[in-house]
Design a protein around this ligand. Sequence first.
Ligand SMILES: NC(=O)c1ccc[n+]([C@@H]2O[C@H](COP(=O)([O-])OP(=O)(O)OC[C@H]3O[C@@H](n4cnc5c(N)ncnc54)[C@H](OP(=O)(O)O)[C@@H]3O)[C@@H](O)[C@H]2O)c1
Length: 332
Amino acid sequence: MASLPSTQKGVVINKTGGTDVLEYKTDLPVPAPAAGQVLVKNDYLGINYIDTYFRTGLYKPAQFPYVLGREAEGTIVKAGGGELYGLKEGDRVVWLGEAAYAEYTAVPADKVYKIPDGIPPKVAAAALLQGLTALSLVREAYHVEKGDWVLVHAAAGGTGLLLVQLLKAIGANTIGTASTPEKVELARRAGATHVINYSVEDVKAKVLELTGGAGVAAVLDGVGKATFDLSLESVARKGTLVSFGNASGAVPPFAIARLSARNTRLLRPTLFNYIATRAEFEAYAADLFGFAARGELDFRIHDTYPLSEIARAHADLEGRRTAGKLLLDPTK
Ligand SMILES: NC(=O)c1ccc[n+]([C@@H]2O[C@H](COP(=O)([O-])OP(=O)(O)OC[C@H]3O[C@@H](n4cnc5c(N)ncnc54)[C@H](OP(=O)(O)O)[C@@H]3O)[C@@H](O)[C@H]2O)c1
């Protein structure tokens, strides 16, 4: 293995706020992997909505300076010793962790997965966090059965397009929502039974019409504040509302007595509690990359941004101008 540089490109924040707090650096130290870690030279970094929560302060960064980013695809260039789950230098991997917005990241090995042969770097980079999220939502948050009616908000988003495809594969009837005609068309092509433009249409009326007045068995809601009431009103008797994100803001506290109107189950899951153990992570990742290897999931990449243009990427994501996955190239 060639010798490693001592400095690298990366993006840090020293305070929370708007996109102006994102600082692109060319002289960050390259970390050394501790025991139980591997050092990965990242090819492509995945952007996720959660990155904006840490930037704005909705979720609190552990310290400053803080390197954003939760996932990447690359090659292991140094192994730290200790339990590495069979991972070794030269392995092409995807990983979940922290400090992804950089050329090199030292990552705990328990959330590193060796990519099966034949899966291109960008596909692997686009797949992991949103793919595992989508799988865990349809399997564990609400175990979707063939024939279920399911409402998916932001159906043309990174997570949304994967949810729609998985629901189609299960044989569920998916009602998607999206904000523009172009996004409506993308979600429809991904396999939704019907897609509602929630900028202009009456979502509840359409959901009741499509489901014969019953409502849906489950709502998968990553939009949060703006759609919570609508989601609650769209669930069938004994249905499930899975609120899994805050793209429009955090859902404010609410009176649980409202759940009794239709005996609704309410869940607020995070991916990391479904893949907490190495066995859980490996099983989900193997499943996900099985879909990818068989070509059964299309990982739509909205764009690959230079890392130096991180502010533009965040602005596009928060400005609802993207459909599918946003990637970063850390070399540019
Ligand atoms: N719980 C977990 O473990 C977990 C894991 C992954 C993701 N998530 C959550 O899943 C959601 C989607 O994440 P993602 O990374 O896949 O992002 P994304 O869906 O690609 O982007 C967010 C989308 O949300 C919609 N949206 C609606 N209101 C919005 C608003 N006021 N501001 C911005 N966007 C708005 C937009 O679609 P339209 O233009 O069509 O409305 C936008 O494209 C996020 O809430 C994220 O936090 C949660």
